[in-house]
Design a protein. Structure first.
Lengths: 661, 298
């Protein structure tokens, strides 16, 4: 009895139960009261049932179908109270958190479906193994975590929510999902640990964390698991995959009528792969190259496009591997748009010369105005409308900061954020922050400067040039703009109505290069042609080519999104970038797209389809488990009771419909 | 001609007016006992000329065509069609089962017998209406001529559904007592638990022209029964317990169809005319349409 059955009744209770079937039979023999009806002849009725009498046993069975159904019901109840069971697996613990990876790599095809489908099936199996009273929650994650179902013991609901999980084309970041899980399992961590003001609103309850994934995410050794007991359910098997991890276009700096398209491919298989990379504009094949990729390595491919028109480019590789999303990449060449730069100066020939070189003209259209223009209402209007990409203030400052990036020469922005920290004379440049593109120029340390001041920027400001007394050039972000302040002037008034040089910098090569960098980096002059690319799910901020209040974005699914309104900083923000492909921007009521941006996966971890044998979560090295639970007894009594209910319903049907004799 | 007063419920004046124009037809040649209004295939002494034939010695000289003898100098005999009467029997099953239905099968049988009998009386046929097994207790009159209509109707109205005689026994009794040939119309529901076949075989052996009018009530054709019932046979009080459901009703209807088809098949193979009629069918329709098609009347 202890193997298959687990008796739950005492002997006398069994005796009572055993008396029920004979009682039913007895009651059945107390014949049914039938209404007498006189008929002309029973001749035809008898003939109608004659063939049923041929097999009298069968006839009796049919006649007694209700009796047999009742006996079957009692038998099922008796079987149920015996609590039959079989060997199975049950989950250890009573609180479970299922983290389901929905990143792009989970869309890889495996025998039996995609990895996500296998993961969902596996989680449903685990939910089925939960015991009564166990609670579980479901979190899906890619580069963001989503709580599909908070803690519940309703297994049907859990199964439904798991079924509803959809795959994404996003990269994966397990940290956010772990934080969400940890926040629910370790509520005390919601405030500072050990803090006397930590309210400890709920007690920390241990929970088992099932990470159902192919492991294509960055390991998180710094994460504190707390009460979480991690288990790694590995999904998928190692599979060869070739994918595009980068694709960009850039104008050839030597041949300005050419645009170069670069792509990087990676081969995550154990064998060398030869793929053909084809570049299309729309459906038109522009070029194709064969690329040999060593096992586990990568390779680049470059296409030269002579004087390309603005438009969209698509790169496709001829690899029939398990993951399709990384076999295609998109880029776009946006219309060339020189930046609009306003230079407010009382007169500075050196600066004017530097900003009017042919190279600078390609990057920006610079308008020179006197400081009196700052009082003009036209300036106020254009500055607050975000018409300028960059405003240069030479020895002057506006009353309010414009909706544009700014560069201050020998002056500081209004307000208390920036300040000058005292005069320095003479000034020696002692250090250059060469990693910043603004000062990527020949060494300026030999430049002589008569007088200057130390620049004190806001928190987060980056010092690009350092003098002996402190920062001389600093740059700091302001919302979506950047402000830079140079702590010396190029020329000064000589007190006699003329001007005198304050520095010999304009004589050095670094001077025009620096201003070219200013136009390219701060005004966005170098970035205007190649369309920006983001990963799926990321938010993109862009500016319109013409000043409009609303734009529409059409994605690869050909679905018009709602109109986007310009934010306060003059930017439009677009977040519905879930689907990889090209997104066209329609400004105002224009029927033609004015610019494009691309959404590409470009993630080597997603391209790598080999699931790791173990993952690092906090201090734990979690090895993939083949099963999710431990051996245990699976109770079958519920199924028997369910069958009993079905029998009862059928009996009711038979009784009501008088199905047969 | 004076119409009998007893037109009663069995024969309406309109129906009688329709029936007067009809006559009973036999598909077989019978020798009647008396001269009737009917032309016989037998040559005889009526006024209706049929044919000539050569005179042979011994022929009745009264039938020699003297005009022809004068013209051709040869003796020819004129032949005339014999006119004779027809023996028309109607056998009514007056068992208790015939008292069912709305209208009852027995009422329908009586009305039909009256109609057919009236046709026979109008044509001076020999009409005899009997109930199965009832002839001994209440002998049936032999009727002839329209003047007998009142007696016929009186006899029909006196028939009660109380004679639960098995079909075969009733017909055998009839056959033993009525050896003569003619037309026999059997009006019955054929619901005999011993089968109707032996009964009909008795009639077939008589070499009479047989018509079987199989009467079924609507309650038998489409029973309006449902649920747990104890069906009691009104004749032998036999009890059948049933839980009547749609499948069982379907099965009953199939059995009924097989029963009717079996009877029709049995009859047609043996030269018996079979007509199945619902007791709801108007008698005039049955006579004027179905029986006319079957050739019983014209």
């Amino acid at each position: 009895m202890s193997g298959l059955f687990n008796n739950t009744l005492q002997l006398w209770q069994w005796a009572v139960l055993a008396a029920v079937p004979p009682l039913i039979v007895l009651l059945y023999f107390l014949k049914l009261k039938r209404r007498p009806v006189e008929v002309p002849s029973t001749y035809l009725w008898r003939r109608a049932i004659e063939d049923l009498h041929v097999n009298s046993i069968w006839q009796r069975i049919r006649r007694n179908v209700l009796l047999f159904l009742q006996l079957l019901l009692v038998a099922l109840i008796m079987m149920a109270v015996l609590r039959p069971g079989c060997r199975g697996t049950t989950l250890v613990g009573d609180r479970f958190i299922f983290l389901i990876d929905t990143s792009a790599s989970m869309g890889a095809k495996e025998p039996g479906g995609t990895r996500l489908e296998l993961a969902k099936r596996r989680v449903i199996e685990l939910v089925d193994q939960m015991s009564r009273g166990d609670v579980a929650m479901v979190i899906s994650f890619s580069n963001e975590a989503r709580i599909e179902q908070s803690f519940t013991d309703n297994r049907r609901l859990l199964r439904e929510r798991v079924q509803r999980i959809q795959g994404t084309a996003r990269p994966s970041d397990v940290l956010e999902a772990l934080r969400a899980a940890s926040g629910l399992a370790n509520p005390g961590q919601s405030s500072e640990a050990g803090s006397p003001v930590d309210a400890q609103v709920a007690g920390a309850l241990p929970a088992t964390l099932y990470l159902v994934s192919d492991g294509g995410f960055q390991q998180v050794p710094e994460f504190a698991l707390g009460n979480l007991e991690p288990r790694y359910v590995r999904i998928g098997a190692a599979a060869a995959n070739v994918g595009i991890v980068a694709f960009t276009t850039e104008r050839n700096t030597e041949k300005l009528d050419q645009v170069q398209a670069f792509a990087r491919l990676e081969n995550r298989g154990v064998e060398q792969a030869v793929v053909e990379a084809s570049l299309y504009r729309g459906e038109l094949l522009l070029d194709a190259q064969k690329v040999v990729l060593p096992a586990g390595g990568g390779g680049g491919v470059r296409f030269e496009l002579r004087d390309p028109e603005p438009g969209v480019l698509r790169l496709a590789i001829s690899a029939s591997d398990a993951l399709a999303v990384d076999n295609e990449a998109f880029a776009a060449i946006n219309p060339r748009k020189p930046a609009t730069v306003l230079c407010v100066t009382p007169g500075n020939s050196a600066l004017q010369t530097a900003l009017e070189t042919s190279a600078a003209k390609r990057l920006a259209t610079v308008t020179f105005v006197a400081p009196t223009f700052l009082e003009d209402p036209d300036y106020e209007r254009r500055a607050s409308a975000g018409d300028f990409d960059l405003v240069l203030y030479d020895r002057c400052a506006p009353k309010n900061m414009p909706l544009a990036s700014t560069f201050f020469l020998g002056s500081v922005p209004p307000g208390e954020v920036w300040s000058s920290g005292g005069k320095v004379s003479p000034v020696a440049i002692i250090d250059v922050e060469r990693s910043h593109p603004l000062v990527a120029m020949p060494d300026p340390t030999h430049v002589r400067i008569v007088e200057g001041f130390v620049v004190k920027g806001p928190k987060g400001a980056r010092t690009l040039l350092d003098s002996q007394d402190g920062p001389l050039l600093a740059i700091a972000p302001r919302e979506s703009f950047e402000d830079a302040v140079l702590g010396f002037t190029l020329v000064d008034a000589d007190g006699k109505g003329g001007i005198q040089a304050n520095t010999d910098w304009p004589r050095w090569y670094s001077f025009p290069v620096f201003w070219q960098n200013v136009l390219g980096h701060m005004a966005g002059g170098t970035q205007s042609e190649s369309a920006p690319t983001v990963q799926p799910g990321e938010t993109l901020a862009f500016r319109s080519l013409v000043p409009v209040e609303t734009v529409r974005v059409r994605g690869p699914a050909e679905v018009n999104t709602d109109e986007l309104r310009r934010s306060g900083q003059g930017y439009f923000q677009f977040g519905a970038t879930d689907k990889p492909g090209l997104y066209s921007v329609y400004e105002g009521d224009s029927p033609e797209p004015s610019q494009w941006f691309a959404v590409n996966l470009f993630d080597g971890r997603e391209t790598d389809l080999t699931p790791p044998a173990d993952v690092t979560i906090g201090a734990s090295q979690v090895t993939a488990a083949s099963g999710g639970g431990q051996a245990g007894r699976r109770e079958l009594w519920k199924w028997l009771l369910g069958a009993g209910v079905c029998v009862l319903v059928f009996e009711w049907y038979v009784y009501n419909r008088r199905v047969y004799l | 001609m004076t119409e009998p007063s007893a037109t009663s419920a069995l024969l309406s004046p309109q129906l009688m007016a329709q029936l007067e124009r009809l006559e009973l037809v036999s598909r077989k040649i019978f020798r009647g006992r008396m001269k009737g209004e009917r032309k016989s295939q037998r040559k005889g002494q009526s006024v209706e000329f049929s044919d000539f034939r050569n005179y042979v010695p011994g022929d009745d000289l009264r039938f020699i065509d003297w005009n022809l003898y004068a013209r051709l100098d040869r003796l020819f005999l004129k032949l005339f069609l014999e006119e004779e009467d027809l023996h028309f029997f109607t056998l009514i099953d007056a068992s208790a089962s015939m008292d069912f239905g709305e209208p009852s099968k027995l009422a329908f049988a009586k009305q039909l017998a009256a109609a057919l009998g009236f046709i026979g009386l109008c044509r001076a046929d020999r009409v005899k209406i009997e109930t199965l097994g009832g002839a001994r207790s209440r002998p049936a009159p032999v009727l002839r001529g329209r003047k007998s209509l009142w007696r016929m109707l009186e006899y029909l109205e006196g028939i009660r559904p109380e004679l639960n005689v098995p079909l075969s026994e009733g017909i055998r009794d009839f056959c033993l007592r009525n050896a003569g040939k003619g037309i026999v119309v059997l009006i019955s529901d054929l619901m005999d638990k011993n089968g109707y076949e032996s009964a009909l075989r008795w009639l077939i052996a008589q070499r009479v022209d047989i018509y079987v009018i199989h009467v079924l009530s609507p309650a038998e054709l489409r029973p309006d029964l449902q649920g747990d019932l104890k069906l009691v046979d009104c004749e032998d009080r036999d009890v059948t317990e049933l839980t009547i459901s749609r499948p069982l009703l379907d099965r009953y209807e199939k059995t009924l169809a097989a029963f009717v088809n079996g009877a029709r098949e049995f009859c047609s193979r043996r030269g018996v005319s079979y007509v199945m009629a619902s007791s709801q069918t108007p008698v005039e329709d049955l006579v004027a349409t179905y029986l006319r098609k079957r050739g019983l009347v014209r």
